[in-house]
Write a protein that binds this ligand. Sequence first.
Ligand code: ATP
Length: 220
Amino acid sequence: MTSGIAVLGGTFDPVHYGHLRSAVAVRDALLAKEVRMIPSLSPPHRDPPESSADHRVAMLKAAVEDEPGIVVDDRELYRDGPSYTVDTLRSLRSEVGTDTTIYFVMGADAFCTLDQWYRWQEIIEQAHIVVLKRPGFLLGIPDEMQSWMNDKTVVSGASPSDSPHGNVIFLELEQVPVSSTLVRRAIHQGSSTEEMLPAAVIQYIRCNSLYEQGFSNAER
Ligand code: ATP
């Protein structure tokens, strides 16, 4: 039996095996009927992406083409202003109804700074928050968030949920040691990216001459 929709947000500039293996692991662990990869247009907390939204969506589509249950959802790209997660989840909730379980998936590092996000306490009114944690790594959760968590149901490991939102779920996953920054750097330096991302994405990057220019000083 499968249920629920998992949401993985990011800039995906470009998508890589770290994103893709997390999506598959989350789908399988939570028995989610769908994992939605939602690229952001203008993330509030970081520099703008190097590639256009159209390119990032095209690379995502090429990457998930043969992966059952993993789909690209471009709703943030057609909204004005910053991409706030709470708005995205509200929009998804209004589409799928109140009974469908939604899992909002985030890395442990991002979770530890969640209290800086716009209307962060309202996120859990729309979805469960799933925190991907590396085995053996401790979390540095700030005090304000710790007291917020005290009246939440906190679950370790995947277990069937009886509510469509409201829990904090910790999942332990081995991380693939890759990031989009490393991919961009490798392309800029002319190094191989074969172990970092699928062949279809490498092909797309080559055909469109992406990431060959415009490396920021911060990434050097
Ligand atoms: P950049 O290097 O440009 O900052 P990134 O590789 O971190 O990019 P994002 O698109 O910013 O990728 O991240 C989207 C989501 O994917 C985040 O929740 C992030 O924690 C997660 N993620 C990124 N890299 C990995 C990885 N190697 N393994 C598991 N999750 C990852």
